[in-house]
Write a protein that binds this ligand. Structure first.
Ligand code: AMP
Length: 131
């Protein structure tokens, strides 16, 4: 089972931002900016473009709802969507609230936020997602 499957199953803790029966969203543990969120399919597929067409469409619609929640919780110019997948072999969309393109540079030093702050960020996004 991939580390992200274990997260979606609750076997490994995460800062939950949103979920439904097919998809799960949680804070990136080393965020580029506050509100940097990962969205995954519960089904374990490494490469995003190996998802079935219908599943990919539902995944994108779910990510759109999460992006709206992030933008409401953390006002920004736009929420960037990035897919890399070089580190963890389980498809994941990065959603990053950005004030400029510099916020989406993966070479930047990552933030290391205290657990209470991470929880507060996730709770804020989750509350917006549930509205
Ligand atoms: P990539 O596969 O290149 O898109 O990068 C994987 C991303 O997952 C990185 O931004 C990591 O910080 C993030 N990550 C890895 N493990 C965890 C975890 N246990 N919880 C949250 N984020 C994680």
């Amino acid at each position: 089972m991939s580390i992200f499957s274990k997260i979606a199953e609750g076997e490994i803790p995460s800062y939950k931002c949103a979920e439904n029966e097919e998809f799960y969203a949680f804070l990136d543990i080393n965020p580029l900016v506050k509100g940097h969120t990962l969205v995954i399919p519960r089904r374990e597929v490494d490469y995003i473009f190996d998802l079935e067409d219908d599943e990919l469409a539902r995944y994108q619609v779910f990510a759109k709802k999460v992006a709206k929640a992030i933008k409401a919780a953390f006002p920004c110019i736009k929420v960037a969507q990035v897919v890399l997948g070089l580190e963890v072999p389980h498809a994941h969309i990065h959603l990053i609230p950005m004030q400029s393109e510099k916020d989406v540079n993966f070479s930047n030093e990552k933030l290391s936020l205290p657990a209470e702050e991470m929880q507060a960020i996730a709770d804020k996004i989750y509350a917006e997602f549930c509205k």
